[in-house]
Design a binder for this molecule. Structure first.
Ligand SMILES: Nc1nc2c(ncn2[C@@H]2O[C@H](COP(=O)(O)OP(=O)(O)O)[C@@H](O)[C@H]2O)c(=O)[nH]1
Ligand SMILES: [Mg+2]
Ligand SMILES: [Zn+2]
Length: 289
């Protein structure tokens, strides 16, 4: 529990446990709570306020249900690096589908641009054009480029954001580069959470010295999507919403049906090949469930 001034170790009473819910964690980073304070300085959570929004992924390690990654966000930032590790458009597109489904504003960050040669820079430019046209914000960054860090800072300032992406793309480095005090704060909190036994410390929401909060999530290799029916998937691809109105079948999945508006829009170049491919890959994984 972070009151803004101090961190208070809180117990989560048994009545918040998971009876009948399809989530694997009863409380998530970003949750706003009421708590009471005990004489020994510890706290007990009384109430978890209704979440304005949240992002989940399918629980891993063979568990059923969803895991709430983080709640009450102004924006979720997906971080990829242009190289080391290689950029995966599929990861970005899966992430964007999740954001659309949960109505969280999405920001795409492509980091390590200092490692890109002219081909890589042109590729990143192409992605910027593609995603900007779809209504998303895309920033290219490098911890070595002050100008890019300034842009990122304006994007994060006074907002509550989550950094989500695979390990090694530079999430923690970017935050450290923006906020020199960040390292200190994370040190303090991880010492603390190592002692905590009752809460999930999947990510941490940390105040930024220039205003706002950030949750740096540990590396996520894959985004399992939940609660999406195959025929609904195209609703979460903004560029498919109009074309799908021209499909012959109202429950068209746009991968084999005749007279499909989405397939036609792809063939005419209106829908980018990478996006249609991501759509088909996600559809496959939904249908395999
Ligand atoms: N060349 C380059 N290396 C970077 C950049 N950002 C981070 N790195 C390096 O990438 C590695 C992984 O960074 P880290 O912040 O731990 O990634 P995280 O797992 O996403 O938090 C470290 O060796 C960083 O120094 C960047 O913009 N350019
Ligand atoms: Mg990290
Ligand atoms: Zn169709």
């Amino acid at each position: 529990m972070d009151t803004g001034d101090e961190i208070i170790e809180c117990r989560l009473p048994g009545r918040f446990r998971l009876d009948g819910k399809e989530v694997t964690n009863p409380i998530a980073v970003g949750d706003r709570v009421d708590f009471n304070l005990n004489d020994d300085g510890s706290g007990g959570i009384e109430k978890i306020h209704v979440r304005e929004n949240y992002i989940t992924r399918q629980a891993t390690h063979g568990k059923r249900g969803e895991q709430i990654l983080v709640s009450n966000l102004d924006q979720a930032c997906v971080i990829q690096s242009i190289k080391k590790p290689e950029l995966k458009e599929g990861f970005i597109d899966r992430f964007l589908v999740t954001c659309e489904a949960y109505e969280v504003k999405a920001v795409i960050i492509i980091n390590k641009m200092d490692l890109a040669k002219s081909g890589g820079r042109a590729f990143a430019e192409g992605l910027k054009e593609l995603y900007t046209k779809l209504g998303y914000t895309l920033l290219t960054t490098s911890i070595e480029s002050e100008a890019s860090l300034e842009q990122l800072k304006s994007q994060l300032e006074h907002r509550s954001s989550a950094f989500i992406g695979p390990s090694g793309v530079g999430k923690t480095s970017l935050i450290n580069a923006l906020d020199p005090e960040y390292k200190l704060k994370t040190g303090k909190i991880s010492d603390f959470s190592n002692k905590g036994k009752h809460t999930t410390t999947f990510a941490r929401l940390i105040p930024l010295s220039f205003g706002g909060y950030i949750a740096d999530t540990p590396g996520i290799r894959e985004f399992g999507l939940v609660n999406i029916e195959p025929w609904e998937l195209s609703l979460f691809f903004p560029e498919m919403i109009k074309p799908r109105e021209h499909c012959k079948f109202h429950n068209c999945t746009h991968n084999h049906e005749p007279k499909c508006g989405v397939a036609e829009a792809f063939e005419s170049g209106e829908i980018a090949a990478s996006r249609y491919q991501s759509y088909l890959n996600i559809l496959d994984s939904l249908e395999a469930e």
